[in-house]
Design a binder for this molecule. Structure first.
Ligand code: FES
Length: 122
């Protein structure tokens, strides 16, 4: 028998708070959608980070969250599309592209990116 946990989701973009019950054997995003709660998503397989949330309270099990670095997981981010509740939860949606920027922003656009090899000087 699956256990059921209570999750509170603060949807920051819409300024709405949802509180619902989710079983521990289904992806959280899927459970929310089945109950009529629409949250951001794109790939649905743990790769794009569109569905990322900050975990304010509780524990999410997310072994398939390949798109989220260990550093960001340790900082309390989780992907709802491949996340399972392991306790009652309180989460908030990220600011737009926040997780993507945290992961890749320092590599794209900020550093010195060289396109191709330097030209021979002679
Ligand atoms: S929707 Fe792409 S990582 Fe969750």
């Amino acid at each position: 028998m699956p256990r059921t946990y209570t999750i509170t989701v603060y949807d920051r973009a819409k300024g709405i708070k949802h509180t619902l019950e989710v079983p521990d054997d289904r992806y959280i995003l899927h459970s929310c959608e089945k109950q009529g709660v629409e949250l951001p998503f794109s790939c649905r397989n743990g790769a794009c980070t569109t569905c990322a949330v900050r975990v304010l309270k509780g524990e999410i099990y997310q072994p398939e969250a390949v798109g989220l670095s260990l550093e960001l997981r340790n900082r309390g981010y989780a992907l709802l599309c491949v996340g399972y509740a392991r306790s009652d939860l309180e989460v908030e949606t990220q600011d737009e592209d926040e997780v993507y920027q945290l992961q890749f922003g320092r590599y794209f656009g900020k550093g010195k990116v060289r396109m191709g090899l330097p030209l021979d000087e002679d």
